[in-house]
Design a protein around this ligand. Structure first.
Ligand code: ACM
Length: 723
């Protein structure tokens, strides 16, 4: 028996050395994040799954750093701390997953993260997911070396954490009577009429916290205050300012009824915090602070008296008082607060860390005042935004955040002085689940971009590789998850394009990032053929559909369809007085005169130009004189997303006979409001025109009582059609 055992061990030993096996061409497995140093030492092959590992501690190394050396004779890991061991372990897992059955060449890896805070968020309030699913999410975080899981537990639409002292949070706040179906801005809104809800028991919370902790992942609970609190008010209406019947929200958005800053509210929240801190070892407690309209506080006698007694400036001062008071309580428990960037308004609480989501300005301001910051701007970190412009994408909240944009993001703003860089702890991807009713949909929306964010946060800008390099490794990872039954979005064969203009004034479709080894088929009004390997441009020469489809290794991507409707301004010279917002730049002004309409459902994609609080003022110059019958301007209409049609549209023309612009007396205006699109056709009937100016005035400040009240509305325009 003993001999048999020894023989088995010997065979294992020999196999593990893979004696005699070498392969000159064996590639290093695809790792994400790609280690800072990753070298092949020889072509000798080692079966890593069969070997023991020597671990040693070197305290001269930086926190979280690790070194792995895989040799025929041994595998060794050197680390400074337990996190280093965890990251080395995940690296070994990846080596196994992306090699041939765990057989890799002799190699050496050294790695350490650039940012200490590498977070992913999950909203379980809009939709709740099983404990098993939350664990799957945590597994994915661990695999990609995130170290913080921001768990968004309370909302207007549901309270999801058991608080023993307040049982009505479980019986009332955890449930809503119905849920919105379709998009928030659909008119009229549709509801499913079904009771929905649930909560995590304290036992389940502990189970998840322990599970994450086994990977070294810290779970940060978020308990929203003073806003996003309608579900709590439904159970405990005495915590609101208004004497009314509150109901757990059935629609998405921001609600004006929020906690009233009474002693009763503070006692309630302090009790909640007492139970929360006993469940979460995290040094941070997130207290929300975002989107808390002040309408109820403005109308409340109690709030107005409190403002004067405390000598506060206004309701923002009252919000600051609220947050600072809760901060003191939480600090007293040995914990620190994190809040969304609205906590800057009215004065920032002393030790608070700011999560900058409404762009980067809040983060910059906080860092400049010596506060720690976690960057999570909507533009680069909101994984509830569309990830592809393909029309077959499932319904999402809006926006457009493709993989490349996440990959190329730098959490440290260019405009932040180097002296303050140390306050930027890192970044986080946010997964708000209004439009993710199932965990399948969470996987679809979150994971792809999470992989890009992993490398972004681990390597930082200075060490980051080219996107094309990342894409090769990313493709291996996505294929792996697909094979493992994970519902990850796999758009690597979707073709992205831009519309550009050549020097001779012709318009063409230019494919971006031609995918290595992929075959591309084009079908256009003039032909169907495969593009040559070097061919990346295709001329547009008339109305019709131009369709591009990539395929590789038996897999076909979704077709990219460019539907051109030729009109008289196609490809003319165009200049814009105001630039579109950086988040929605399209292909520049050319998007407005390329004959291609934006999606009629969503404003994401390159055909829509988004102007944030500014008008669209375009001047079009034609090569030769044209006769103009009408001009049609189409705008997106979605007040729930702060997007409004223009207040007015005015047109000036310049004709061959008169070398100055003259305002046109519009002969007739046809308004066509269809679902989310508002198009206005202006009848001009002008002859011999050489230039026109079109001014679409933005809506201005959004009125009270609407989403985004007090902010300037957005104006989205996709095309100026000249007929
Ligand atoms: C947020 O997206 N309201 C932080």
């Amino acid at each position: 028996m003993r001999y048999i055992l020894e023989l088995v061990l010997l065979v294992g030993f020999l196999l593990s050395f893979c004696y005699g096996c070498t392969d000159k061409d064996i590639a290093l497995p695809s790792l994400v994040p790609e280690p800072i140093s990753y070298e092949k030492l020889s072509d000798n092959l080692v079966d890593i799954s069969r070997k023991g590992i020597d671990i040693s501690i070197d305290t001269s190394m930086e926190a979280e750093a690790f070194q792995i050396t895989i040799l025929k004779k041994s595998i060794s890991i050197v680390v400074a701390d337990s996190m280093g061991i965890r990251y080395a372990t995940q690296t070994l897992r990846q080596l196994k997953d992306y090699s041939n059955s765990g057989i890799v060449p002799e190699l050496k890896i050294f790695d350490q993260p650039k940012f200490h805070y590498r977070g992913m968020h999950l909203d379980v309030a809009r939709h709740i997911f099983d404990v098993a699913d939350i664990k799957k999410y945590v597994d994915m975080l661990a695999y990609y070396k995130f170290n913080y899981f921001h768990w968004h537990l309370t909302e207007d639409q549901g309270w999801r954490i058991e608080i023993k002292k307040y049982p009505k949070l479980q019986s009332i706040s955890a449930y809503r009577d119905s849920t919105l179906v379709g998009h928030y801005s659909d008119v009229p809104p549709q509801y499913d009429g079904k009771r929905y809800g649930g909560f995590y028991t304290q036992e389940e919370v502990k189970e998840i916290v322990d599970y994450a902790q086994s990977y070294g992942i810290v779970v940060i609970p978020e308990i929203e205050m003073p806003g996003h609190s309608l579900a709590a008010l439904a159970a405990y209406p005495e915590l609101g300012c208004v004497d009314t019947e509150y109901r757990t929200a059935t629609k998405w958005g921001v609600f004006s009824n929020i906690y009233c800053p009474t002693e009763q509210t503070f006692s309630f929240l302090e009790d909640v915090i007492d139970e929360v801190v006993s469940l979460f070892p995290s040094k941070y407690i997130h207290i929300g602070g975002d989107e808390a309209p002040k309408d109820a506080w403005k109308k409340s006698r109690f709030c107005q008296d409190l403002i004067s007694v405390k000598e506060l400036k206004d309701e923002h001062g009252l919000q600051s008082y609220f947050i600072s008071r809760m901060e003191r309580y939480i600090n007293g428990k040995g914990k620190q607060i994190i809040g969304w960037d609205e906590i800057l308004e009215g004065g920032l609480a002393e030790n608070a860390t700011v999560m900058s989501w409404r762009g980067i300005k809040g983060g910059i301001k906080a860092a400049e005042s010596g506060h720690n910051v976690i960057m999570t701007p909507t533009s680069h970190c909101y994984f509830d935004y569309y990830q592809s412009v393909n029309d077959t994408e499932p319904l999402a909240i809006g926006g457009y955040l493709p993989l490349q944009k996440v990959y190329e993001w730098d959490p440290i703003p260019d405009e932040l002085d180097e002296a303050y860089h140390k306050y930027i702890l890192g970044g986080q991807g946010n997964v708000w689940t209004e439009y993710m009713p199932t965990f399948d949909q969470v996987e679809y929306m979150a994971y792809s971009r999470m992989i890009a964010l992993s490398e972004t946060l681990w390597r930082g800008k200075d060490n980051k590789l080219e996107y094309s390099d990342f894409l090769k490794r990313y493709t291996d990872h996505v294929n792996h998850w697909e094979k493992s039954g994970v519902n990850i979005a796999n758009h690597t064969l979707d073709l992205n394009y831009i519309i550009a203009k050549s020097d001779n004034g012709k318009l063409f479709i230019k494919l971006k990032d031609r995918i290595a080894n992929a075959t591309i088929k084009v079908t256009s009004p003039r032909e169907t053929r495969l593009l040559g390997v070097e061919e990346t441009k295709y001329q547009i020469d008339g109305s019709g559909k131009y369709t591009f489809t990539a395929s590789n290794g038996g897999r076909e991507g979704r077709p990219s369809i460019v539907d051109v409707k030729w009109h008289k301004a196609m490809g003319c010279e165009i200049a814009l007085k105001n630039e579109p917002n950086q988040a929605y730049p399209g292909y520049g002004a050319l998007s407005l005169i390329n004959g291609i309409r934006g999606s009629q459902e969503k404003y994401s994609g390159n055909e829509w130009l988004g102007f944030s609080g500014e008008s669209m003022d375009a001047t079009l110059n034609f090569d030769s004189t044209i006769d103009i019958e009408s001009i049609q301007v189409s705008t997106f209409n979605s007040p729930g997303q702060w997007i409004y049609p223009p207040k007015s549209i005015d047109v000036w023309v310049k004709t061959i006979t008169k070398d100055e612009f003259e305002k046109v007396d519009i002969q007739e205006k046809l308004d066509n409001v269809k679902h989310k699109i508002h198009s206005q056709e202006l009848m001009l009937n002008k002859k011999d025109v050489v230039a026109i100016r079109v001014l679409a005035m933005d809506h201005g400040v959004i009125a009270e009582g609407n989403q985004g009240a007090g902010n300037r509305a957005w104006l989205f325009i996709d095309e100026i059609v000249v007929r």
